[in-house]
Unconditional design. Structure first.
Length: 259
């Protein structure tokens, strides 16, 4: 597991009532929670849950109140282009009161299962925030064990700014990792599909079998592994062993040869 986190001095996040009261749906939930006394509201989200290759990445983020928390271009990471995500990522890292990214490798996903690992990644991402948040919004799944109040929000990355910011942090971090994996295993085109199941990825799996970054809990990966192993065995069997000797030569010695 890899962890990355950062925090910003509180002095950078002065609140102004006029800024915090501007009508903007993406910030409504956090504004409402602040009015109830929860000044630091964290959002948490993940990237890579549906992929059959590569790590799972979770992120958590606390945005400042007021104008500084209005990240330009912020939206659900899935609605942004790759270039727009990179721009928003830089803005979030620069503006956030605190943020963290947690990486769960394929070995953990195969050993513990997707849901358990996903919840653990989100939990650790929140735990790593400094200063600690007063309230936590998570995308879709409730996350027990946070020791602070929280709420699982359906499509949270589209209705809560802090969750949208976390989704961008997670997505950009994971995409960068998949580009590195593409350099190591270019035959799978990880740079293109980022480990998700596409026709190109499925064809590469069928042709090459899985690599160590594929998740064996996925049915398509196991099927590709078994099919590739069967083809390899068949090729080996049909080719024979280099030192194979016909049984007749073993059982029937040549003339003059002693048994």
């Amino acid at each position: 597991m890899a962890v990355r986190s950062a925090s910003r001095p509180a002095g950078r996040t002065r609140r102004t009532i006029a800024d915090d009261d501007r009508p903007d749906a993406l910030w409504d939930m956090e504004r409402s929670l602040r009015r109830r006394g929860f000044s630091a509201v964290a959002g948490a989200d993940e990237a890579g849950r549906g992929a059959c290759a590569g790590p799972l990445v979770a992120a958590a983020c606390v945005l400042p109140s007021g104008r500084r928390g209005r990240v330009p271009g912020l939206a659900d990471s899935k609605l942004l282009t790759a270039a727009a995500r990179e721009r928003v990522y830089a803005e979030v890292v620069d503006r956030a009161v605190a943020w963290s990214v947690v990486v769960m490798p394929v070995e953990d996903l195969d050993a513990r299962g997707m849901h358990v690992t996903n919840i653990e990644a989100l939990r650790r991402a929140v735990w790593n925030l400094q200063p600690e948040p007063d309230y936590v919004l998570t995308d879709g799944f409730p996350v027990p064990g946070l020791a602070r109040p929280g709420l699982a929000v359906w499509k949270g990355d589209r209705v809560a700014a802090c969750v949208a910011a976390a989704s961008v942090l997670a997505k950009v971090s994971r995409d960068r990792m998949m580009l590195e994996l593409h350099e190591k295993w270019p035959e799978y085109d990880f740079a293109g599909h980022k480990g998700y199941i596409t026709d190109v990825h499925s064809a590469a799996l069928e042709r090459h079998g899985p690599c160590p970054e594929h998740r064996m809990r996925f049915v398509n990966v196991r099927s590709a592994r078994d099919a590739h192993a069967a083809r390899t065995l068949q090729v080996t069997a049909s080719g024979g062993m280099v030192d194979d000797v016909p049984m007749s030569d073993v059982l029937c010695p040549a003339p003059g040869e002693l048994r």
